[in-house]
Write a new protein. Structure first.
Length: 230
């Protein structure tokens, strides 16, 4: 069953800040369960998250977007991972707790980055969500980010999407099986020809692991970050 998510027609008619918003048919989605997250290949999960829908519901404000870019981090054997070589800190402890939890960390003291923890307990795998194509709650996303109008910077890049979705480091450890933060499947699948794999962004410090093709994105989507988005 499909429902239509509508924005204020009054705002649209006045040509106000929401006058360039898109209208979407948003299908009902099925929330992903533990069987999706608790699998051994973080690379497979990162690729299969493309097209899924990330949803947040805080204070009765629902926002959602289709995932169009991800990066896989392969735990203790991956020099780009926070858990490389068995590093275990208070911040990264959530990565060792099993799949299906949120891991949000701060970078450069500014940007908060939303990750999906995967695999079994004691295997610290995670997927960074790098970009969303916004679906629901765009006026609320604009309010959170202080943007006057919608453009592709709203949810392009992990810092932007996390702010737009209302995600914070305080959400680390929250189950993705609950009501506040979850990922759903509406049946959409990008075509194989649309999915591009390549090196991750900003991990030059990881030596030879920096070249691993662990970044996945939907070709041509305007919300994809970085230069190789076509």
């Amino acid at each position: 069953m499909v429902f239509v998510y509508l924005f204020s027609l009054n705002e649209l008619e006045k040509g106000g800040p929401y006058s360039n918003l898109k209208f979407y048919l948003v299908p009902r989605i099925k929330k992903l369960d533990n069987s999706f997250y608790n699998r051994p290949s973080v690379v497979t999960i990162a690729r299969e998250l493309l097209g899924k829908i990330l949803v947040t519901e805080f204070d009765r404000k629902r926002t959602s977007g289709r995932i169009v870019e991800t990066e896989a981090y392969n735990g203790e054997i991956d020099r780009a991972s926070h858990a490389w070589s068995g590093r275990r800190t208070r911040r990264t402890e959530v990565m060792y707790g099993g799949g299906g939890f949120a891991y949000v960390y701060l970078i450069y003291g500014i940007h908060q980055m939303f990750n999906v923890v995967t695999n079994a307990k004691e295997v610290p795998h995670a997927v960074l969500v790098r970009a969303l194509d916004p679906l629901e709650g765009i006026p609320e996303m604009l309010r959170r980010t202080g943007k006057p109008t919608l453009d592709n910077t709203l949810t392009k890049g992990p810092g932007n999407l996390t702010k737009a979705m209302g995600l914070r480091t305080s959400h680390t450890g929250i189950s993705l099986l609950g009501k506040e933060i979850y990922i759903g499947d509406d049946g959409y699948r990008p075509r194989r020809s649309e999915v591009v794999a390549g090196p991750r962004i900003g991990v030059d410090y990881a030596g030879e692991d920096a070249a691993l093709p662990y970044r996945f994105f939907i070709k041509g989507n305007p919300y994809v970050s970085g230069k190789a988005s076509r």
